[in-house]
Design a protein around this ligand. Structure first.
Ligand SMILES: Cc1ncc(C[n+]2csc(CCOP(=O)(O)OP(=O)(O)O)c2C)c(N)n1
Ligand SMILES: [Mg+2]
Length: 579
């Protein structure tokens, strides 16, 4: 049979169960778009910027069993999308990117969009495929999809040259997609036994889970209960363990962690770490004291012994390994000499006290973070989706908003790309329109991708976007003002959030002070439930420092040589005294 490459590509997407693609058409993919327009099961979504499209695709992958998919033009579309592709790469998120490609059959040089895409993308994708023939279109897309999901997931990129899309070519069949089965576990029973022994021998074992363990939370909970061990998470993996569990403590456990985690892990003498890699952001600038007795479990063996040497390193899927570990621990049931009730009571008390210190800051001038997050949690459904950006608000949310559901909180982590939140929230709403989606974004990041709300308005997606409007690139300005007493290039140019709401057709609400929190939340929930995006301008009070900020300052300063420490402290003192 003869088919155009465009038809073959869209057949593959249909077979893969892709429901939405994100991107912008151009001359290199109009045939693809035409086929997408005809498809009964795939809907192409026009975005305002391919970077936003990539974040939407990321939001889809993080919050559902769909795989976020882009259809973009080469060169310019690709480079715009790279922000989201890079985020997906460093955060281990599957993503399928289809791009048109320049003609290979014309012999012409200096074509429009002619760049070596594979070379440009090399450091931020798992696989690049240039499709060479009609017969290769479908297998290339299936293979890329499998790669995106294999081992540690990540983005893959398939370039389909224009002439393949345009013209018909011979193919033997239009194969259906057959998923490759789960790989055989790579670990053996002896490793599991060693891990169990090490954890059982400890007086104060702890558990630390990242995004890689997000689908293994039930096993994590069983093991935590068996061992009577507190559970901390990474920032990206904030939702990998429900905050409703009595042994959940919060993000990390060093000086950058909330008091509940600091105390619960103070004497930690053995750690079970799953689906995480002790990265800078998650560890408060490597400020966590990880015990020598470390059991490190990850699907990606590259992460072992990098920042923290492990006594037992087990390569494998988090759920498979934890299930086996739970079985090994079962043999010693009841042998743990610690009181779960006592540990849970201590964690609960610490959490309550910490909330109280933020909750009592009521202000008539601004919106206080404590009451804001407290009321937001009260008002939102248990299964609501939280999406944040990168900034000061991220750490406030991490410390003050308890996440009740696995995958219920998503954030741009190791690529750490501002502008993630609004489009990722829209992606999450596309994936699950039935769920409430609350997005918390800094004003600086909002300026980057806020116009993407137009896509939400167009498709009737009632996302709630809370712009934490401090007039600054707050996360950075604080790290300038603490040691330097300066804010070079971190004070934002003034703008009106209401004007953006007006431009994109979103419902606007001003939240000026604490008294506005409840009525504004009620209105936001009400309007968004009707399918209209809501933009809330939050006059946030950023005057109080999170534990994360305090911890990171302390950790970094502590690492300076005495001479540099003196120089920094003297400069800070001088600048703060003299202005
Ligand atoms: C694309 C990009 N540019 C710059 C940075 C560095 N950066 C990290 S946080 C931050 C400030 C964010 O400001 P805003 O969005 O207003 O959030 P706030 O910290 O004020 O809550 C900056 C500039 C980044 N992470 N990503
Ligand atoms: Mg800001």
């Amino acid at each position: 049979m003869k088919r155009t490459g465009a038809r073959l590509a869209v057949h593959a997407l249909e077979q893969l169960g892709i429901q939405h693609t994100f991107g912008i058409p151009g001359v290199h993919n109009t045939e693809l778009y035409d086929e997408l327009g005809k498809s009964d099961s795939v809907t192409p979504i026009l975005v305002t910027h391919e970077g936003g499209g990539a974040f939407m695709a990321d939001g889809i992958s993080r919050t559902s069993d769909q795989t976020g998919t882009l259809v973009i033009v080469p060169a310019a579309g690709m480079s715009h999308a790279m922000s989201g592709i890079g985020e997906a790469f460093l955060d281990g998120i599957p993503m399928l990117v289809l791009s048109g490609g320049i003609r290979r059959d014309s012999g012409k040089h200096y074509q429009l969009h002619a760049v070596d895409q594979g070379r440009i993308l090399d450091g931020i994708i798992k696989q690049y495929t240039l499709v060479e023939s009609h017969a290769d279109v479908i297998p290339s897309i299936y293979d890329a999809y499998d790669t995106a999901h294999a081992d540690e997931p990540g983005p893959v990129f398939v370039e389909i040259p224009v002439e393949l899309q345009l013209f018909r070519g011979a193919v033997e069949e239009m194969p259906a997609y057959a998923p490759s089965g789960d790989p055989e576990p790579a670990f053996d029973e002896a490793e599991i036994e060693r891990a169990a022994d090490l954890l059982l021998d400890a007086d104060h074992p702890g558990i630390y889970v990242g995004w890689g363990a997000v689908d293994a939370h039930e096993w994590t909970a069983r093991i935590a209960d068996r061992l009577v061990a507190p559970v901390a998470t990474t920032l990206q993996g904030l939702s990998a363990f429900p905050a409703t569990h009595p042994l959940h403590t919060g993000v990390g456990f060093g000086p950058s962690a909330v008091p509940a985690a600091q105390e619960a892990f103070a004497d930690c003498d053995a750690l079970l770490a799953v689906g995480c890699r002790f990265a800078e952001l998650a560890t408060g600038s490597y400020g966590m004291a990880v015990p020598d007795a470390l059991v490190h479990v990850d699907i990606n063996p590259e992460v072992f012994h990098k920042n923290e040497p492990a006594e037992v390193a087990i390569e494998g899927d988090a759920a498979q390994v934890l299930e086996a570990l739970d079985g090994a621990l079962d043999a010693h049931a009841g042998s743990v000499p610690r009181s779960r009730d006592a540990l849970a009571a201590q964690i609960r008390e610490n959490k309550n006290d910490y909330q109280q210190t933020w909750g009592s800051d009521t202000s008539s001038e601004k919106v206080s973070p404590g009451p804001f997050f407290h009321r937001l949690r009260e008002r939102l459904d248990d299964d609501a989706q939280m999406v944040v950006d990168d900034g000061k608000h991220t750490f406030l949310a991490a410390e003050l908003f308890p996440v009740h559901r696995p995958r219920g909180f998503i954030s741009p982590s190791d690529f750490n790309c501002m502008g993630y939140c609004v489009p990722a929230a829209i992606g999450a709403k596309f994936a699950r329109p039935d769920r409430q989606v609350a997005a918390i974004v800094g004003d600086g990041a909002f300026l980057m991708t806020g116009m993407e709300l137009l896509t939400a308005t167009t498709h009737g997606l009632g996302v709630m976007v809370f712009v934490f409007h401090d007039g600054e690139l707050g996360q950075i300005s604080q790290f300038q003002s603490i040691p330097l007493n300066r804010k070079t290039c971190t004070v934002l140019n003034d703008f009106r959030v209401e004007g953006v709401a007006d431009a994109v057709g979103a419902h606007f609400i001003a939240m000026e002070s604490d008294a506005d929190i409840e009525p504004a939340l009620d209105e936001a929930l009400d309007v968004s439930a009707g399918g209209r995006p809501v933009l809330v301008d939050v006059n946030i009070d950023y005057s109080r420092r999170t534990q994360m900020t305090k911890g990171v300052v302390k950790t970094n300063l502590g690492r300076f040589s005495t001479g540099e420490k003196v120089r920094f402290l003297a400069r800070a003192a001088k600048r703060h005294l003299l202005g």
